[in-house]
Write a protein that binds this ligand. Structure first.
Ligand code: SAM
Length: 232
């Protein structure tokens, strides 16, 4: 379970109403039961439930199970698409181990708004489900031109360009961390965006094979290829 609280030997840790519902009503656990906790900083701890109520509870850290693991400094930048596919992208980015998820508004982005809190909660659930001890931050929706105007000099930008027909992942080995993978919306990138992206020194353009992939498939494919190229 993810908790927004310090973890350490003997440390009491409050459990939220939702966690209490899950543990005590759904899982039928009670005091003395053992749960695994992580907070994204202090590793994974085995904790014993000390209070079990309807509106919340408490547990006490007993044993350190795993040290904290932080994924390589890779961001995923993606243009939000339909809700279910956006959820899929966030979930897979957490499973594949990114540090930060940045929804970007491009010229052809379908949605102008995102529910950042909902996506952040979704990222947390995905981390719980896959045993990652790290929950990437989901940033607020940011315009692509603004992001590029402030792009950090040291961060490689892996631009997945559907117009780039060719072999997969040609230049990925030249994009070590810190890096970011950029995947466009269903409508692809505009010529102006393509010009701005390719003009940047930090950009590495990659093709993801001879077919046009849906944005969610492209995100999974590009993140995996980057990890293979970097030996992770
Ligand atoms: N409407 C565009 C078209 O027909 O050319 C397709 C956009 S595609 C569904 C969504 C995004 O996935 C693209 O903007 C790109 O970032 C990525 N993508 C899909 N297929 C790709 C490929 N073969 N190579 C590189 N990127 C790809």
């Amino acid at each position: 379970l993810f908790v927004d609280h310090p973890l350490g030997a003997g440390q009491p840790v409050p459990l939220s109403r939702e966690q209490a519902h899950y543990l005590f009503s759904v899982m039928r656990m009670s005091t003395g039961g053992l749960v695994k906790l992580f907070n994204g900083q202090d590793g994974e701890w085995l904790a014993e439930i000390s209070e079990a109520g309807k509106k919340g509870g408490e547990s006490v850290c007993r044993e350190a199970l795993r040290p904290q693991v932080v994924p390589p400094d890779l961001w995923l930048l993606f243009a939000p698409i339909k809700k279910a596919r956006t959820d899929f992208i966030v979930e897979k980015a957490v499973e594949l181990g990114v540090r930060r998820i940045v929804p970007v508004q491009t010229r052809f982005t379908n949605s102008e708004r995102i529910r950042q809190d909902r996506l952040q909660a979704h990222a947390m659930e995905a981390a719980e489900q896959c045993g990652a001890l790290f929950v990437p931050e989901v940033a607020e929706l940011t315009r692509l031109d603004r992001l590029l105007a402030d792009w950090p000099a040291q961060r490689a930008l892996v631009f997945c360009d559907e117009a780039e027909v060719g072999s997969r992942a040609g230049t990925l080995a030249e994009a070590p961390a810190p890096a970011a993978v950029l995947v466009g919306p269903e409508g692809g990138f505009s010529d102006e965006e393509r010009r701005a992206l390719t003009a940047m020194e930090q950009t590495r353009v990659i093709a993801l094979g001879p077919r046009i992939l849906r944005a969610d498939t492209a995100a999974v494919s590009a993140l995996t290829l980057w990890q293979v190229a970097q030996g992770d």
